[in-house]
Design a protein around this ligand. Structure first.
Ligand code: EPZ
Length: 435
């Protein structure tokens, strides 16, 4: 099981380039199910979730080109023949976003069998709202042996009002609606940029979608969709993570190849906390630390509010800020798994229900810590970048799910980070740590 060894204390200086958005690529890959033609996606991030989704589609009979095989990170997906519209538990249990194939499979083949995704470290992660919307569109839903089965000769347009704002719920039902009979009106939709990315691809495939990015989306059903070539947007969460890396290390970092328009809440909060953040125009943002960081509260909200996917990373920064920062998590019920690990490194954090109270600045020292989920991993890496000594972070496969070549990117701007593929026995590893 791979580990990172990080020696803290180096300010990050230089330019880092952001990869394509994992949470855009996942629904866009699923959208290829909707047509017999090839879908070519550019700027696919080289992260584990892409490999998982490739295997998922191949298990159904699709042909999927590996993005690592070419310089533009192109992925060509051909769903000409879908022999087996089933998403098996062995794959779904490793990536709950597999539920994104539900809507497109029913729309394309009239049926889908998808393993219930089950929960994950950050919460129960139900998909009841996905199923409720499909039923409103005429699908017959049954659940047994841990699988959901959805059937419909042809889905029909419906008026759907989401009880809660759900990102993949909005995306799943958008893909179900594009070839449904008649018009679908969806209200209380997610407004995340990843929804807009998906809608842009679907419209390029011949769909008729209006209002993506707002809470009300209208879809006029068409009878078929054709192939398209589409470039995935940059990953706003990777960009936000690197902005915090520049701030927490007191560096001078340019985060390039990002979309500053997607980072409004994060940039505003970093400025409130005392970091100097400048949008350089085009696709770059510059962050300079070095000044004293001030405590500032966050409360996670759906887009365009402060993203839940940035909460753990912000908490690492808050441990270094003067005073108190209240971190309130409103989206998921268990997204404080990083707190105990940060406390083991010397942070002063107390959790009461949905709110963590962070007091700083705290002197962080190296410790052996463990990743529990994707964004908690990022939080531990950020803390290790400023901790005294060498921190060993275990189970970094969580991080590999959503961050492309993270150790190369960090090293290129001055971080002292090594990946250990368990090459060392504990004794040799201890010697390594001693130098
Ligand atoms: C997406 O997850 C993202 N994943 C998550 O990113 C992100 O944290 C989340 O949106 C919130 O922004 C992908 O896009 C692949 P939700 P999703 O449905 O769609 C409840 C990362 O780190 N809910 O918006 O699964 C749910 O329990 C990942 O990259 C229902 O109750 O999240 C949660 O409390 C982690 N019933 C809230 O809604 C449903 O049917 C928001 O969840 C669906 C959701």
């Amino acid at each position: 099981m791979d580990k990172f060894v990080i020696r803290g204390g180096n300010p990050l200086v230089g330019t880092v380039r952001i990869s394509g958005a994992k949470n855009s690529a996942l629904p866009c890959i699923a959208a290829a199910i909707l047509t017999e033609d090839d879908i070519v996606l550019e700027n696919i991030p080289l992260v584990r979730d892409m490999d998982t989704e490739r295997r998922l589609l191949e298990s159904m009979g699709a042909a999927v080109q590996r993005p690592e095989a070419n310089a533009q990170h192109l992925m060509t997906i051909s769903c000409r023949s879908l022999s087996d519209p089933v998403a098996r538990y062995e794959i779904v249990k490793t990536m709950r976003a597999s539920s994104l194939v539900l809507g497109p499979l029913v729309a394309r083949t009239g049926m889908a069998r998808v393993a219930m995704p089950g929960g994950c470290a950050i919460g129960g992660r139900p998909i009841d709202l996905h199923l409720k919307g499909l039923e409103k569109m005429g699908a017959a839903i049954t659940q047994e042996h841990g699988y959901i089965e959805a059937r419909a000769e042809r889905l029909r347009g419906a008026h759907i009002v989401f009880d809660k704002i759900t990102v993949t719920g909005t995306e799943d039902l958008l893909m179900a609606a594009v070839m449904a009979e008649g018009e679908t009106l969806m209200e209380n939709c997610a407004r995340e940029p990843e929804v807009c990315d998906l809608a842009a691809l679907l419209n390029a495939m011949g769909a008729k979608i209006e209002g993506a990015g707002t809470s009300t989306i209208r879809v006029h059903g068409v009878t078929s969709l054709h192939g398209a070539h589409y470039r995935i947007n940059p990953d706003r969460i990777e960009a936000g993570t690197f902005l915090i890396a520049g701030a927490i290390t007191g560096g001078d970092l340019i985060v390039a190849n990002c979309d500053p328009a997607h980072l409004g809440a994060v940039i505003a909060k970093l400025q409130e906390a005392g970091a100097r953040v400048d949008v350089l125009g085009g696709d770059s943002v510059r962050v300079r630390g070095g000044g004293k960081l001030q405590g500032a509260d966050i409360s996670t909200e759906e887009y365009p509010g402060f993203p839940t996917d940035m909460q753990a990373q912000y908490m690492a920064l808050a441990t270094q800020a003067e005073g108190v920062s209240l971190v309130t998590e409103n989206i998921f019920e268990n997204r404080f798994m990083h707190v105990q690990e940060l406390v083991r490194m010397g942070a002063n954090i107390k959790v009461d229900a949905k709110t963590a109270t962070v007091r700083g600045p705290a002197r962080l020292s190296s410790a052996a810590v463990m990743c529990s989920d994707l964004r908690a991993s990022a939080s531990l890496v950020l803390a290790a970048l400023v901790a005294e000594g060498e921190t060993v972070i275990d189970r970094v496969y969580h991080m590999d799910r959503g961050y492309e070549h993270i150790e190369q990117k960090l090293s290129s701007v001055g971080a002292q980070i090594q990946r250990l593929g368990n090459l060392f026995a504990p004794r040799e590893q201890a010697a390594y740590m001693a130098d």
